[in-house]
Design a protein around this ligand. Sequence first.
Ligand code: C5P
Length: 476
Amino acid sequence: MASLTIRKLDDAIKSYLRLRSAKNGRSVEEEVRVILREYCEGSPAPTASLTLPSTPAERPAVQRTGPAIGQASVTLIIGGGIAAFKSLELIRRLKERHIDVRCVLTKAAQQFVTPLSASALSHERVYTDLFDPGSEFDAGHIRLARECDLIVVAPATADLMAKMAQGHADDLASAILLAANRPILLAPAMNPLMWNNAATRRNVLQLRRDGIHMIGPSAGEMAESNEAGVGRMSEAIEIAAAAVDILRPPRPRPLAGKRVLITAGPTHEAIDPVRYIANRSSGKQGFAIAAAAQAAGADVTLVSGPVELRDPPGVTVIRVESARDMLHRVEAALPADIAIFAAAVADWRVAHEGEQKLKKTSAGMPPLQLVENPDILATISKLQDKRPPLVIGFAAETEQLIHNAKAKIARKGCDWIVANDVSPETGVMGGDRNTVHLLTRDDDNKIRVDSWPVMTKEQVAAELVAKIAKTMEKKS
Ligand code: C5P
């Protein structure tokens, strides 16, 4: 039986076999056996996206394995530093996020990681030389710089950053960076003394001025024994997140420049220093609306009763206890363009709050005389000067939902009502889902009811904010 020496095969076939075996996690010999077995069994030999390279003259300079439409792509330049091993993980993190990755390894990087490992992980050809006739016959460095959505340099060594700051182009990596018309993200990694050197400081400043994005370096132990300080490359997951942030299209901000005031949660009405009247409101719906309005670009103030929720990022949160506190803080937060009253405000409080804890006595139970709390929604809806142009109330009902909600819109003087059934069997109070009906007014002031399907409270918030944004756009 004849034997086959892989070393003696054509370069193109060897290269194909190397790529295919690395992709499938087999040795080249095993891969050849699999191909022969598949051939004998009649199944097609080549797998997935690997194709046999053509001759250099036919081959395009930048071979791509065909990214899915709409996918982002990154050219990842791996510089020469011990942190280069983390760049292999970075390839995986980017691919997990459906980002195509094409790697460029500097000469120094190849002392730390091999082109083969980068190619196996990226499922793409790896580029190393500026003067590679296979890729440079049609200016491959220009294509590598332009046929991507972002260029990431990790690790970005002091030397690479110096070259960038000066505009050098004497190897493939620096030539790509100089030819780039795409955003560039650097993940610097170097010894702390190099990072703090005046020359590096100048280069970093220059690169920042040039609009280059940077992540890290962070502080920690160095590869050199007994050295620590700022210079460690950020973790792969952080670099991938920073890349995604740059790649993500800017979110629409339909409420930019608008002030939104929201109430949420229950109120606690003190009976004495240790007891209070409360309700089961969790505040989730109001907090979700605050987060959605903030994401839509609004300047949001959230006045919340006592709840166990974290402040939504970017929202000014004012924590209060009672209905009267809530009213004061709402009035102080005016003017606003939109006010949304999602709080389950206690309707009553005790007329005389005990200064000391009420005692059990033989005279029987202490009489609890109740008085009505201020109605915040009605108060703000009826303001003359400072009434927000759009005032929205909530109607949490356990019976005759729409009928009661319609009556409430008229009684309170608000513009819209979000009505929801809070009967215990719905699980709305404290739960994560909500079924709401939105009552708005037509141009001829007739009330219109839109019934939404059951949704998470975040989805309800997003829908409501979208509806508000549309209405505000029409008003302006
Ligand atoms: O009258 P009812 O409590 O059903 O009204 C509900 C609506 O009124 C909600 O928007 C709630 O935030 C608001 N409200 C208020 N102040 C009160 C009672 C209710 O702002 N004292």
